[in-house]
Design a protein around this ligand. Structure first.
Ligand code: HDE
Length: 743
């Protein structure tokens, strides 16, 4: 890098330079390239290696302002981590609508298809601390800050469309229950412990959400391959003041895909940063993650036509009842320059709204509207967090708020109140036509009471709908997850209550879980199912009930049907050792790249291998530092010596066994097939069309549709079948057999 050329300039993609938010951030970016070291006051520092002492062996002097400044700053480098969603990864990007949405909303950023609105997105897990693993079984936060010309709009959602609880007042209880237990601070980033399941077993309203978090949705393959949901019902308000209900969705361009629990556990050891790395690398390589914004729009008059309450955040609106209209595109195209300044300091708030979007009375949303400002005050240290560069709107900010910690704006003028005459009445209120925000004038005439709507009490119907909508594979994974989670619970009474609760969702589900726990499903549950009952109220009123449902299955709830026609950005391991067929390596790399997939050569050691014809084959990683769980697929090229060496290497054998166990696409050509045989995963395979090292041209053979083997000469057709298998994500039909392979 040339002297004076900053790192950010070397990396910052030109494509984002034009966004108004990027232009605004530019003034805050600082690069030290080619510069001298200074104190915070700008004084150049001559010696940053030694503190000021009385003599070379004497005590340090209090006078040493350079030492004091450096240590003091260091002492104050940490801020409180988020109470929830502490671990996250962020990225910049932009959003554009396909067509004007003026029919539904007056929000300016949703009117003009030519307008690109800058965004900052932060993905997160909920329960773990900042340093916890990415692959915890957990909900993922999906928070989007739109820097619109009318102010910031934050869509602070999750990758699951419903939530555990119906009322904000239960949120601290839920989070206390799921966080590490207070006496011993265990376990980290895990719901598999007594306090969580104790609480859940007494809260039937959580059962729908439990089905989602016990499904593979809670262990996504990539942040780029998960859906996002606004969860609550919001309102869209048009120019005439007409309001409609809306549910927000994000649909990922690459489909919705997950890893297996066994992989999640292993990834957490091999690379706890797996998901943030995946996001970072995709953006750096120019494979920009994309989602479509989807809207489910419901006319006000239809509010009460559903078997659930639109204000209940434990219910979703099935896509079969209200289709999702895809209205725009979100693209993430730039990594942050500084994690702390951007990803850590970004402050989201569901109450950051623009005209044309409004709230509903969802009691969870209403509570959130209080919580998010409050949390920023403690986390970011005061009321001026909106002045931190990442939080500043691109719209101008003028008001009479003044002072406070770290105030940066130099408000000019004598008056800081309204009405005023000394300031000419400025800043002025804006009329509706000038974009002044007017709350939707929903009529309310009611008694104050601590209560919930009647349909809120249907706690199980949509949990059953979710269960019924899953593929057999997905159902199997839910059963396994529940066996794991409840298996980590010590309290037998808690396990038993949970089985009782699961039986309300589905008898077969409860039966299968109970088998793994070695317990019977209780025939009858003693006492009320719901223990969250106010004092002085009849527990009977608070017990779950069912309303007749219009649908029994919803395809949209299963991941099985989502996009499976692309191998783009998938990671393929090529296992090799000295003597490898270098032509096959290069050929497969070329074909994978053409399909948009990435490949890495993994060998017993780093450096360069000597190929069968003496050519040098560079190694990307050694078997010591990676495992098959970090890849989507594995290819074993030919070369007798290479295949023999790999077959004698336990970690190479384990590599393919694990890929097999996790139902991944596997390919081998020529002598490479030998490694699959050594791993014991080729027993029922038909022999390749020709002898492995032969030069036959017939099609490659496969023992199932995701294991492709053939001769050296069949590389092209092997690659073709292999790429198709990778695009399908996993070959679940192999799963039962795969469980018998030790890995
Ligand atoms: Fe949050 N939530 N939440 N939440 N939430 C926070 O705000 C809270 C809820 C969500 O990347 C906190 O800045 C309450 C639902 C995301 O910075 C805090 C309730 C949904 C993020 C807070 C909820 C979310 C947060 C912690 C129940 C999905 C991360 C730090 C009434 C729709 C945002 C912070 C980021 C973060 C409170 C429930 C999503 C404490 C009281 C439901 C994605 O304010």
């Amino acid at each position: 890098m040339a002297k004076g050329e900053s790192r950010k300039n070397a990396r910052a993609p030109k494509r984002s330079g034009s966004s108004p938010k990027q232009a605004a951030l530019e003034q805050f970016r600082v690069s030290a390239d080619g510069e001298h070291l200074t104190t915070d006051q700008g004084l150049r520092i001559n010696d940053d290696q030694n503190s000021l002492k009385a003599g070379d062996r004497g005590p340090s002097l209090l006078e040493d302002f350079i030492l004091r400044e450096k240590i003091t700053h260091f002492d104050h480098e940490r801020i409180p981590e988020r109470v929830v969603h502490a671990r996250g990864a962020g990225a910049h990007g932009h959003f554009q609508v396909y067509q004007s949405l003026s029919r539904y909303t007056k929000a300016k950023f949703l009117q003009d298809p030519a307008l690109r609105t800058p965004v900052f997105v932060r993905f997160s897990t909920v329960a773990g601390s900042r340093g916890s693993t990415d692959l915890a079984r957990d909900v993922r936060g999906f928070a989007v800050k739109f820097y619109t010309q009318e102010g910031n709009f934050d869509l602070v959602g999750n990758n699951i469309p419903v939530f555990f609880i119906q009322d904000a007042v239960k949120f601290p209880d839920l989070i206390h229950a799921v966080k590490p237990e207070p006496h011993n601070e265990m376990p980290q980033a895990a719901s598999a412990h007594d306090t969580f399941w104790d609480f859940i077993s007494l809260m039937p309203e959580s059962m729908h959400m439990i089905m989602w978090v016990m499904s593979d949705r809670a262990i996504p393959r990539s942040l780029r391959m998960m859906e996002g949901f606004g969860v609550h019902t919001f309102r869209l308000v048009d120019e005439r003041g007409t309001s409609r209900f809306v549910k927000f969705h994000w649909k990922p361009a690459l489909g919705v895909h997950s890893v297996l629990w066994d992989e999640a556990l292993k990834i957490s050891g091999k690379d706890p940063d797996f998901q943030r790395r995946d996001l970072w690398e995709a953006i750096e390589s120019g494979a920009f993650p994309e989602w479509e914004l989807g809207l489910q729009i419901i006319e006000e008059k239809d509010e009460h036509t559903f078997e659930f309450d639109l204000l209940d955040p434990t219910k979703l609106v099935p896509e079969e009842l209200v289709p999702v209209k895809r209205v725009g595109r979100l693209v993430l195209d730039r990594n942050p320059d500084n994690f702390f300044a951007e990803t850590e300091q970004v402050a989201f708030h569901p109450g950051h709204l623009v005209s044309g979007i409004d709230f509903t009375n969802d009691p969870l949303l209403q509570g959130r509207l209080f919580s998010y400002t409050d949390t920023q005050l403690i986390r970011l240290g005061g009321p001026n967090f909106h002045e931190i560069p990442i939080n500043r709107p691109v719209a101008p900010v003028h008001n009479n708020q003044r002072d406070g910690h770290m105030r940066q704006t130099l408000d000019v003028g004598q008056s800081s109140y309204h009405p005023n005459s000394l300031g000419g009445g400025c800043p002025m209120q804006a009329g509706r036509r000038l974009g002044g925000f007017v709350s939707y004038p929903e009529a309310i005439d009611a008694e104050k009471q601590r209560a919930r709507g009647e349909k809120f009490f249907d706690h199980f119907s949509q949990a059953t709908l979710f269960w019924n909508s899953q593929s057999a594979t997905e159902q199997g994974h839910i059963v396994q997850a529940l066996r794991f989670e409840l298996g980590k619970v010590d309290g037998l009474a808690i396990r038993e209550r949970m089985l009782g609760m699961l039986a309300q969702v589905d008898k077969d589900l409860a039966g299968r879980v109970s088998e793994g726990l070695g317990m019977a499903v209780p025939a009858r549950v003693d006492g009320p199912l719901n223990l969250s009952v106010p004092a002085d109220r009849d527990p009977k009123e608070f017990q779950p009930r069912r309303f007749k449902q219009r649908i029994e299955r919803s395809r949209a709830l299963s991941m099985a049907d989502t996009v499976k026609d692309t191998a783009k950005t998938r990671k393929v391991a090529i296992l090799a050792a000295d003597g490898v067929d270098g032509t096959a390596v290069a050929g497969m790399q070329r074909l994978l790249k053409a399909a948009g997939a990435q490949s890495k050569v993994i060998a017993p050691r780093l450096g360069a291998l000597t190929g069968a014809r003496g050519q040098a084959v560079p190694v990307d990683w050694s078997l010591l530092t990676v495992g098959s769980v970090l890849f989507d697929a594995v290819y074993v090229p030919g070369g007798d010596k290479s295949a023999e060496a790999l077959a004698a290497e336990a970690s190479a054998v384990l590599f393919v066994r694990e890929a097999f166990k996790h139902c991944k696409a596997i390919a081998a050509s020529g002598a490479g097939v030998g490694l699959l045989a050594a791993a014991g995963i080729m027993e029922d395979s038909p022999a390749p069309a020709e002898s492995p090292s032969g030069r036959g041209k017939s099609s490659p053979a496969a023992n199932d549709d995701a294991i492709v083997v053939g001769t050296d000469a069949q590389l092209e057709s092997i690659a073709q079948a292999f790429i198709q298998a990778i695009a399908r994500h996993r070959n679940w039909s192999r799963e039962a057999k795969a469980q018998r392979v030790p890995a």
